[in-house]
Design a protein around this ligand. Structure first.
Ligand SMILES: [Fe+2]
Length: 422
């Protein structure tokens, strides 16, 4: 072989090595994300294709100062992880619990895994002062919040978001590859398990991807003036009286002024799951009103729906409960009932009139009929109008809800609502 040929072969090998290193370099399948926030701790998880050794440096400054080495390893079937993982041979979830932290305090952290790209971020522990302000985004199902959404909301509320309330059936979308989501490494997620998060093909996934105390899927959290119960028990399991004992006691014991309940299943809905609503309203609403609950937040429907404060009949009541639904913006709405204060996507006026005539005023729950053109409304919306971000800011005697559509700095306020303590 001539010297020239040997040199070009060596050059080719070097290029090939650099290229393959670039192509096949090990890195995160899912970058670090936060779950199970407390006043004194938080869980940082990351996902890789195989088990790796890592540690987390953390502290109140970017000098860190403390290190957590204890990594819990959880291996899961890739089919339980959603679209982003379909081509992966295996998924290994790495989980590190930070504890002994101060409440309402900003912490910086850095994940050290020698073969992976550098990762550093920061978070806040729960602020337990009832005089503080709590702010969060919420949604489940088809929702895909990106970094720009979170930055936009934070610019509106003038403070960092405290958490993301994930109202279920969202694991698959949560890890979507095409969504910039470094926010998941600084804003913790609080999860209410959905029916697709646990049952049949997806059995058990949610407790692998998210950290729950003792794997309990029904739990409460106190954050500033808000007391929130997150109920991740199956939405299809019939509720018995004794199931409500824990919930009632929790609401009864708290001294915090704002009480909210969150789960995946629907209550007041004009969407695909309308048949599931009435029985659940009849079971829960009297208890909510007795316990002074102001807010109920759910997913399951792939749209945005809101009531005013309503009683169990859906009638306005100053001591009633506001029902919020958000699971993305698709074409599942079938009408608008008397209780409904706002829906997105909007149904065209003509379609609404036809619905009203067909159903009659006596019909509380619209029935889906074959001639309904349920795709008409959302088909006319632009991609940007189908991207909605709702948030709640609770402070003192006021809870402020806003829902914006759009992207970047080009956004439109579609719904706003202020709830006052009675
Ligand atoms: Fe669902």
């Amino acid at each position: 072989m001539s010297l020239m040929k040997m040199k070009s072969l060596r050059l080719g090998l070097v290029i090939c090595c650099v290229f393959s290193t670039f192509l096949f370099a090990e890195d995160y399948v899912e970058k670090p994300y936060l779950t199970n926030p407390k006043t004194d701790g938080i869980t940082i998880s990351w996902i890789a294709e195989k088990q790796v050794s890592g540690k987390i440096h953390y502290g109140e400054t970017e000098a860190y100062g403390q290190t957590a080495n204890e990594v819990k390893i959880i291996k899961v079937d890739k089919d339980r992880g959603g679209y982003a993982y379909k081509d992966k041979p295996e998924l290994v979830i790495h989980r590190v619990r930070l504890s002994g932290l101060k409440p309402g305090t900003k912490y910086f952290y850095k994940v050290e895994i020698p073969q992976f790209s550098a990762f550093a971020n920061s978070f806040y522990t729960i602020n337990s002062a009832p005089t503080s302000t709590v702010a969060f985004i919420f949604g489940g199902d088809r929702v895909r919040f990106n970094d720009s959404d979170v930055e936009f909301v934070e610019s509106k509320i003038g403070k960092p978001l405290d958490f993301f309330l994930d109202v279920g059936d969202h694991t698959v979308e949560r890890f979507a590859e095409d969504v910039p989501k470094s926010w998941q490494g600084r804003v913790p997620t609080i999860v209410a398990r959905g029916n697709h998060d646990d049952e049949k093909a997806h059995k058990g996934e949610i407790v692998a991807f998210f950290d729950f105390d003792e794997d309990k899927l029904m739990y409460s959290i106190s954050w500033g003036p808000l007391f929130l119960i997150i109920d991740g028990e199956s939405i299809y399991k019939p509720r018995q009286a004794e199931d409500f004992v824990w919930i009632e006691k929790q609401f009864g014991d708290t001294k915090l002024p704002w009480k909210a309940y969150s789960c995946h299943g629907v209550f007041f809905t004009d969407s695909d799951h309308f048949a599931e609503g009435p029985a659940r309203v009849a079971q829960y609403w009297p208890m909510f009103m007795k316990q002074g609950v102001q807010l109920e937040i759910n997913g399951h429907d792939h749209d945005y729906q809101r009531t005013d404060r309503v009683d169990r009949e859906g009638k306005p009541d100053a001591k009633g409960v506001v029902s919020l639904t958000y699971g993305g913006v698709t074409s599942d709405l079938h009408g608008k009932s008397s209780w409904s204060a706002f829906q997105w996507p909007p149904l065209p006026e003509k379609q609404m009139q036809e619905r009203a005539e067909k159903l009659g005023s006596a019909s509380r729950y619209p029935k889906l009929t074959p001639q309904d053109d349920k795709y008409e409304a959302s088909a006319k919306l632009s991609k940007s109008e189908k991207h909605a971000v709702p948030f709640l800011v609770i402070s003192g005697d006021t809870a402020r809800l806003e829902m914006w559509t759009g992207s970047g700095t080009n956004r439109v306020l579609r719904d706003s609502y202020t709830i006052k303590l009675p």
